[in-house]
Design a protein around this ligand. Structure first.
Ligand code: HAM
Length: 411
């Protein structure tokens, strides 16, 4: 018997309904912020991610699902931002709109060691705003993330923010960290010893306890920031305050992907345990240019849907629409039921029947199990009279209704 691959999930009907309702509220809210949907390939050239996320990041080094085909190497997308920017440049979206807001919902793939809240195929609900460096956008994104959580029925989250500054500031920050860590080089894990040389910011994401201890002891002020970036961050914070967004400033927050500049943020939830980040994002002002496009500042974020559902901790909902269950007694009545089903469905009424040749008792039990609101029974008698037996499954009341009045009865 085949089994699903470790780190993947089957989302079965009751849970799938919960997904649908989460996605529906996300779409509604994104659209009220004037974000528009886009759908992109799940597979891209692997080099796109090396270049965007950075080739010394965990994701690129250890977590990419790679597919080699002749001379080419493809990757299942580990995240969506790189693909959105690739599509933005390739489709010349900057030529039609100088500023564009886009959102997406879909699966991502990372070859990680699976555990609670950490999958190999997981889903993002995310958005990107490309073409503006306005700090009001950073604040709008963080506030939108909070509104999404509210719409999903999630509370108790913690929002942490920081700024990495412009590329020059990021270099100064790296230099500062390199110096701060160099006296304890021997205490860093083997990976971090390499990171210390190649990409020291990544030491800040290391989960190894001895590295974390060293990182926690670093006293970071914002001395690495240039005046512009310092003002910019102040403005982001002012906007957040005026939107009454509650956040915490964390000078050690750098995020695990290299494309970030200036504002970065991460949202965690206590319900989740070790993998407590439910969403994250930030600015990536140089990525469009680095991938060959115009000089377009941008920012965005993504939530992990599986983690949202863990945080929401909600019971799967039942189907939204009332079900009408049709039961036929005999072949001729079955013909009539098939026709009636078609008519009801065309009138946007959720209707179904028994396709397993059950007895009347069995079919009624099925209607009960499906929590049907009404059962409609048609036998030889009803056929002859042009009526149906109409049963209200809540009250148990039963009456004869003329077939031509059925729609009226159900409206
Ligand atoms: P990220 O932090 O790598 O950012 O992923 C965003 C969210 O995806 C995480 O906070 C987490 O909830 C979820 N996630 C990540 N990996 C897994 C996993 N293995 N299993 C389950 N959930 C996971 C990004 O991907 C950026 N593209 C976000 C962004 C958009 N930045 C700017 N625009």
């Amino acid at each position: 018997m085949f089994k699903k691959i470790s780190g993947t999930k089957d989302i079965l009907p009751p849970e799938a309904l919960q997904w649908q309702s989460l996605e529906d509220s996300a779409r509604k809210l994104f659209e009220s912020y004037n974000y528009r949907p886009l759908r992109l390939p799940l597979i891209e050239e692997a080099a796109l991610f090396d270049r965007s996320l950075g080739d010394s990041t965990e994701v690129v080094q250890k977590q990419m699902f790679l597919i080699k085909h002749q001379e080419q190497v493809f990757a299942l997308r580990p995240e969506a931002t790189a693909g959105v920017v690739r599509a933005y440049i390739e489709n010349q979206l900057d030529k039609t709109e100088s500023f564009i807001k886009l959102y997406y919902i879909g699966p991502m793939f990372r070859l990680e060691r699976p555990q609670k809240g950490r999958l190999r195929q997981f889903n993002h609900i995310g958005c990107e705003a490309i073409g503006s460096a306005d700090p009001a956008i950073d604040a709008e994104l963080i506030s939108l993330a909070g509104h999404l959580l509210e719409a999903f029925g999630i509370s108790g989250e913690k929002i942490k923010i920081n700024t990495l500054g412009c590329p020059k500031d990021k270099k100064a920050l790296a230099e500062f960290l390199r110096k701060a860590l160099s006296k304890d080089l021997g205490k860093l894990c083997a990976d971090c010893k390499l990171r210390h040389k190649a990409n020291v910011l990544r030491v800040l994401d290391c989960k190894n306890e001895s590295c974390r201890q060293l990182v926690r002891a670093i006293k970071l002020d914002q001395g690495y920031l240039c005046a512009d970036c310092r003002d910019n961050f102040q403005e982001v914070r002012r906007y957040l305050d005026s939107l009454a967004v509650k956040y915490e400033f964390d000078p050690l927050l750098v995020r695990g992907l290299d494309y970030y500049t200036r504002t970065v943020f991460e949202i965690s939830h206590p319900e989740l345990g070790a993998q407590d980040a439910i969403g994250a994002g930030g600015r990536y002002d140089n990525l469009v240019k680095e991938l060959g496009g115009a000089d377009m500042p941008a920012a965005g974020f993504a939530f992990g849907v599986e983690r949202l559902l863990l945080a929401a901790n909600r019971k799967p909902q039942s189907a939204g629409k009332d079900l009408v269950f049709l039961i036929s007694l005999g072949d001729k009545a079955k013909q009539q039921v098939v026709k009636l089903l078609d008519e009801l469905r065309k009138n946007n009424i959720c209707a179904d029947t028994d396709y397993e040749n059950k007895s009347l008792k069995g079919a009624m039990r099925r209607a009960n199990d499906l929590k049907a609101r009404f059962a409609i029974i048609i036998g030889e008698n009803e056929l002859a009279k042009g009526t149906v037996m109409f049963k209200d499954m809540l009250s148990g009341e039963q009456k004869e209704v003329s077939t031509k009045d059925l729609l009226k009865e159900l409206s």
